[in-house]
Design a protein around this ligand. Structure first.
Ligand code: PMP
Length: 407
């Protein structure tokens, strides 16, 4: 199995040396955002100190440098997800904006009475944009349920299609259950009925190799800050034929070809969807984070995270009253749990006192919580820099707080 020296690699992340309440920080909220290695922060610094100039605007050298860096980053992203062309890579603020872009622009093709299919495990980012579209037109949202282990019910999925279905939109990996959904199988089925597919890849791209050409999805969205990159930038991949046909999402500079008060024409792809000055600083740094991930290798990262997941899950199950939500085979390294009748918030607070950062609450997935019959969970999630020693400290902490929680 591929492997790497996690202790050496941790030195790339200065924040991991921090203490919280006098205890070494154990950062287990990687699903919400991952930490950033020194070289990515240095790439930001380099951009500010050596190259900063607005992109696509200047004849002068600095502007050409920053433009070249942004476009090199676009090519890096293209290669990383194996898109056919760099013009299919749109830079956005994140996954949320990418999905809003599709809902607003692609959604303009929908007519009253049309339907879309989502799943019950969606993040609010892949629910609310469609509901907003529904305030402008009468759109029916059909929802794929889950089975007891947190897998999508694929038989139910197939029954939700009809002649009014215009799009299927679902997450690749659940940010609560860790379930890895069968994107290819679901896409093949949707395509066999002529229905395009959008995939929310926010929780997949940091952990597994994504090949949008092989998956054959129509749209794929993800965020830089979850893949060891800077905050404030994300990506929408879209098949060229859709992006060509879709109207612009926002208007302004950068996205036009010619403006007059009589008629404005739009820029070529991908710029048609990038109104205003893009976050060219963070876009360049995202490129560095992709290099960082590739140097370690996604198979090695996946293996490391899986080992931590397996060991931690087995140990957690030995704790009386422990309930883990999401046990699908091949799941990602996310563990959502509740201890006895303890409130998730109390569990999270006590763990914080021991230096352990976990997320508590509904994780922006309230419909999923409702279907599970709970208000929230505690969620621990692993990244490439977490260690077995940290997992052991987490388990020891759970044993220590259990009596305090009345478990
Ligand atoms: N989808 C999923 C599955 C997520 O986990 C998240 C982030 N928690 C998002 C979408 C939204 O990502 P962002 O806030 O970076 O736009």
């Amino acid at each position: 199995m591929p492997t790497y020296n996690v202790e050496n690699l941790r030195r790339d992340f200065p924040i991991l040396e921090r203490q919280v309440y006098g205890k070494p920080l154990i950062y287990l909220d990687n699903t919400a955002t991952s930490q950033t290695p020194r070289e990515v922060v240095e790439a930001i610094e380099q951009m500010y100190f050596a190259h900063k100039a607005n992109v696509h605007r200047g004849v002068f050298s600095l502007s050409q440098e920053s433009t070249a860096m942004q476009e090199a980053a676009r090519e890096k992203v293209r290669a990383h997800i194996n898109a056919a062309s760099a013009s299919e890579i749109i830079f956005t603020r994140g996954t949320t904006e990418a999905i809003n872009l599709v809902a607003s622009s692609f959604g303009s093709f929908f007519e009253n009475g049309d339907e879309i299919i989502l799943t019950v495990m969606e993040h609010h980012a892949n629910i609310v944009p469609w509901q907003l579209l529904g305030t402008r037109k009468r759109i029916t949202i059909r929802v794929v349920p889950i089975t007891p282990d947190g897998s999508l019910d694929l038989d139910a999925y197939r029954t939700l299609f009809n002649e009014r279905t215009r799009l299927v939109a679902f997450t690749h990996v659940s940010n609560v259950l860790g379930t890895v959904n069968p994107v290819k199988e679901m896409t093949d089925y949707a395509h066999s009925l002529g229905v395009p597919v959008l995939v929310d890849g926010a929780q997949a791209v940091p952990h597994m190799k994504i090949d949008v050409t092989d998956l054959d999805v129509d749209f794929y969205a993800f965020s830089s800050h979850k893949m060891y990159g800077p905050a404030g930038v994300g990506v929408l991949y879209g098949k060229e034929r859709w992006l060509e046909a879709m109207p612009p999402y926002q208007g302004g500079g950068e996205m036009i070809s010619h403006v007059s008060f009589k008629k404005t024409t739009y820029a070529e792809l991908p710029f048609k969807f990038e109104a205003g000055t893009p976050d060219f600083v963070d876009i360049a740094a995202l490129s560095t984070s992709i290099d960082y991930i590739n140097r370690i290798g996604l198979p090695a990262i996946a293996w490391h995270e899986h080992e931590l997941l397996q060991w931690t899950t087995d140990e957690m199950m030995k704790i009386p009253g422990m309930r883990i939500f999401g046990t699908a085979p091949g799941k990602s390294a996310v563990i959502s749990f509740l201890m006895g009748d303890a409130h998730h918030y109390d569990t999270g607070m006590l763990l914080d006192k021991l230096g352990i950062a976990v997320r508590t609450g509904h994780h922006c997935a309230q419909p999923l919580m409702e279907s599970l019959g709970i208000e929230g969970t505690v969620r621990a999630s692993f990244a490439l820099y977490n260690t077995r020693a940290e997992a052991e400290a987490f388990i020891a902490a759970l044993h220590r707080i259990a009596p305090l929680l009345g478990v």
